[in-house]
Design a protein around this ligand. Structure first.
Ligand code: NAG
Ligand code: NAG
Ligand code: NAG
Length: 354
């Protein structure tokens, strides 16, 4: 579940030009101390805004988002309205209907909605889906303009009926116009950080003398990176284990690719190297497999760095708590459930699920 979530959030699309804005909302009932609603707005895999009903603060998580809030107080107000009023109320209603059909004591209802925009082709792709207690629940299909449920059941049809009639038009509009507009605004403000490319520092790490050698890259951006092992200059797949791309606390990313060398003689080690590539960046980072360069922790313990920083762990935990139970298995065109109930255009922008 965590894996699925991280994959979706942090390594979305293998393309140099696709950008995304995703809103993750999580509402719970029966979970002690967990906020009634948690919202995270994520741009290109980077947490941009966080708010929850316990803290009652909308936190911009990036400098460029701070700037948007400063320059456009209306934008901040809309998030305040969404986080502390509209979305909690909306989820309360849906939660009520779910509780009628279930005798569980804990209810977690989550939604992920947003859009992808290809800045070369201009192609736009929207999505909106709900999960309930960790299972796929309903999602909107933009092609047919229908809500679809992976496992039709009383509860989901209820939610669908609730959403279907009045909200489809809004869905379409949100996906094709409002969300991409917002995304472009965020990209313009965050241009220098969101569209930058940073190469990583790469090191070789081995836990025990018999463990695979791990090629570990950290500090790269964006997250659309490739890393692989080569033998005699050719990419190899056998005995190779690819890790996930994970976020660092500073907005950069890290990943590892392990190579099992148990059947390779020491003389042959020099035939291997590890290659890191970022789309759009000409120079690859190539690291030769060299015994002397491998960092270990059985010789000198201080040398072994734990790749994930504490801050990254905290971020991941927050987000896993918030959204980790929701299993998104599809990435097809979908769209947010509902129109705004107050008719305000600006409010619509931040309120795909209302
Ligand atoms: C209520 O829970 C029990 C066990 O926890 C289960 O057997 C039963 O089917 C549930 N009833 C409904 C209506 O979900
Ligand atoms: C974004 O920044 C890059 C350089 O980092 C620049 O070439 C480009 O023109 C900028 N784009 C926009 C839309 O500001
Ligand atoms: C490495 O490969 C050997 C066989 O070649 C296998 O026995 C061993 O379990 C593998 N180690 C890991 C960590 O996969």
């Amino acid at each position: 579940m965590k894996t699925l979530f991280l994959l979706l959030l942090f390594c979305p699309v293998l393309s140099a030009v696709k950008h995304s804005l995703k809103l993750f909302d999580t509402a719970s009932s029966g979970v002690p101390d967990f906020p009634e609603l948690v919202r995270a707005a994520v741009v290109d895999g980077i947490l941009a805004i966080y708010c929850d009903t316990n803290k009652q603060i909308v936190e911009p998580k990036q400098d460029w988002m701070k700037k948007i809030f400063e320059n456009d107080p209306q934008h901040l107000k809309l998030y305040i309205g969404d986080c502390f009023e509209k979305q909690p109320n909306l989820f309360k209603v849906k939660m009520y209907s779910l509780k009628q059909h279930s005798n569980q004591s804990v209810h977690i209802l989550q939604s992920m909605s947003g859009c992808e925009w290809d800045d070369e082709t201009g192609e736009v792709n929207g999505f909106s889906q709900y999960g309930y207690n960790g299972m796929d629940f309903i999602s909107f299909d933009l092609k047919t303009l229908m809500w679809i449920a992976p496992k039709p059941q009383a509860v989901s049809t209820n939610l669908m009926r609730d959403a279907e009639k009045t909200r489809i038009k809004y869905c379409e509009n949100y996906v094709t116009h409002i969300c991409p507009e917002l995304l472009k605004k965020y990209l313009a403000y965050g241009n220098s950080s969101l569209r930058r490319t940073d190469l990583p520092s790469v090191s070789l790490v081995q836990k025990t003398p018999s463990s695979p050698v791990s090629c570990h890259a950290t500090g790269f951006y964006p997250d659309r990176a490739l890393m692989f092992w080569r033998k005699d200059g050719e990419e190899i797949h056998e005995d190779v284990d690819h890790g996930e791309i994970l976020p660092n606390h500073d907005g950069s990313f890290q990943m590892s690719v392990d190579l099992n060398l148990s059947s390779v003689t020491p003389e042959d080690w020099r035939r291997y190297d590890c290659v890191f590539q970022l789309p759009g960046v000409k120079n690859d980072v190539v690291t030769k497999l060299d015994q002397a360069e491998i960092r270990t922790n059985w010789e000198k313990s201080s040398d072994m760095t734990v790749p994930i920083t504490a801050a990254a762990v905290v971020l991941v935990l927050i987000l896993i708590t918030a959204v980790g139970l929701m299993v998104y298995t599809k990435k097809k065109a979908k769209c947010p459930p509902s129109p705004p109930d107050d008719g305000s255009e600006l409010s619509e922008k931040l309120n795909p699920e209302t």
